[in-house]
Design a protein around this ligand. Structure first.
Ligand SMILES: Cc1cc2nc3c(=O)[nH]c(=O)nc-3n(C[C@H](O)[C@H](O)[C@H](O)COP(=O)(O)O)c2cc1C
Length: 435
């Protein structure tokens, strides 16, 4: 009998949008970014769609603009693990992923909170390990902005290794064993307070793109959350990330690559295109266009007309005019690229920002979007996607109602959950405990 080979399966996660200009707050369907009902709505929708996990990003300081709280982002968000514990009570299957910084926390405390989430959810916890150490964020913490860039991943790797030791420290018969860890960043000993959790180790996600970030992911992560969302960039990143695994004794299937992407649906391709343009116009309001420019230029550009030409002054590369948002790598290079594009195509400031800050979006009919998602996955540009809807909290409803059934018909997405833990949804083995 010939065996029918099962198609490569797509993994899907739901990103709860709230800050940044992804969410179109001017849309009457937009709700609260802080009410529990919002989080519950998106989580229940994702679970109805048989998604792998629900994802929360993290920002540890309110962004500032010219020394004042930045009013263009809707700011303020609750603490992720607390929130996910509450969501564990209103969902049964969905993975629950929290972004938590490895620079401003301590392994014992964070390992305890994540193991607790894994227990309370029966094995659905994940930790997205981020590393930002900028002084602006660090001022909120006891030690201030104390780690420079080169040290961030050293600490993150030691942090994860220490957390793993803590998670492994209970014996299979259910008694705690002493642990001791002495390293560059941590010198701790004692007994861990939480028995081994259902997944052994909560799923580890990594988001960061530098050489150090990629090595850290190859050595320690189960999933990478990436921005490489086009077919070409996706394939390159995918090959690079998976190619790094062998030296850590790992198989390509042990690390899942999931870019963050948006989508827009229409009954026809033309309708979807039109909607996508409208959404981009709403996301890049006149003030947001000037803000995007100010992030590159590091200067006050409020006197410029968003519908007029680009500024002819140069950026101030060392400025911290907008604080708490990632600044672009080389402001002078970015500014000259944006100016050249604007001149070449005759674009205003706002049109240029719309053009240059476009994220990978799947735009089309439910059928064409399903086909495009499948193409990305079967041709190894990704293992799945973290979907970032533009409406909070109902932005995933139409995807689950209209695209998921087509992915299921194509045989590339589950129709029912087949396991109980997030590791089983992702096809990842449970780490072996130290028996
Ligand atoms: C897709 C993606 C999502 C990220 N999400 C967050 C986040 O929610 N919170 C945060 O503090 N940092 C976040 N980061 C920042 C990274 O953790 C890291 O600090 C940053 O990318 C710089 O590291 P790198 O030089 O390795 O890219 C994100 C990075 C990427 C690429």
């Amino acid at each position: 009998m010939t065996e029918v080979k099962k198609k490569k399966q797509i993994h899907l996660a739901a990103h709860f949008p709230g800050v940044n200009n992804t969410t179109v707050w001017t849309d009457p369907r937009s709700g609260s970014q802080i009410d529990f009902a919002s989080f519950e709505h998106l989580a229940r929708t994702a679970e109805r769609g048989r998604f792998d996990f629900f994802f929360l990003a993290e920002g540890l300081r309110l962004r500032e603009y010219q020394g004042r709280i930045h009013e263009l982002d809707v700011v303020g968000r609750p603490e992720s693990i607390t929130l996910l514990n509450a969501l564990a009570g209103v969902t049964d299957w969905l993975g629950l992923a929290a972004t938590v910084n490895a620079t401003f926390n301590e392994p014992y405390e964070l390992a305890r909170r994540l193991a607790t989430l894994d227990h309370l959810s029966d094995g659905r916890a994940a930790w997205n390990v981020v590393t930002s150490s900028d002084a602006f964020t660090g001022e909120n913490f006891r030690r201030g902005g104390y780690l420079d860039r080169a040290e961030r991943y050293t600490r993150a790797a030691e942090f994860v290794a220490t957390a793993r030791e803590l998670w492994d420290s209970w014996s299979p018969d259910g008694s705690p064993r002493p642990f001791a860890r002495s390293g560059r960043h941590f010198d701790i000993r004692g007994e861990f307070t939480v028995p081994r959790s259902p997944q052994g180790h909560p799923v580890i996600i990594q988001a960061g793109d530098s050489e150090e970030g990629r090595e850290f992911a190859a050595s320690s992560a189960d999933v990478i959350f990436t921005r490489h969302g086009t077919l070409e960039a996706g394939r390159e990143f995918y090959a690079d990330a998976k190619g790094r695994l062998a030296k850590y004794g790992r198989e390509p299937s042990e690390l899942k690559i999931m870019p963050g992407v948006t989508y827009v649906l229409g009954d026809t391709a033309a309708e979807a295109d039109e909607r996508a343009s409208e959404i981009r116009e709403q996301q890049i309001s006149p003030q947001n266009a000037i803000l995007a420019l100010e992030q590159v230029w590091g200067r006050d550009l409020s006197s410029y007309d968003p519908d007029g030409p680009m500024p002819d002054i140069d950026p101030d590369p060392g400025s911290d005019f907008v604080q708490g948002r990632v600044r672009v790598g080389d402001p002078l290079a970015v500014a000259s690229k944006w100016r050249a594009l604007s001149e070449q195509k005759g674009l205003s400031i706002r049109q240029t920002v719309i053009e240059t800050t476009r994220r990978q979006s799947f735009i089309g009919t439910p059928g064409s979007v399903a086909a495009a998602l499948e193409e990305f996955v079967v041709t190894d540009a990704a293992d799945g996607f973290i979907l970032v809807p533009h409406l909070t909290p109902g932005g995933l409803d139409d995807f689950v109602d209209r695209v998921v059934p087509l992915l299921q018909e194509r045989g590339v997405f589950r129709t029912e959950y087949t396991g109980c833990t997030l590791r089983s949804h992702l096809g990842l083995a449970e780490p072996v405990g130290k028996g």
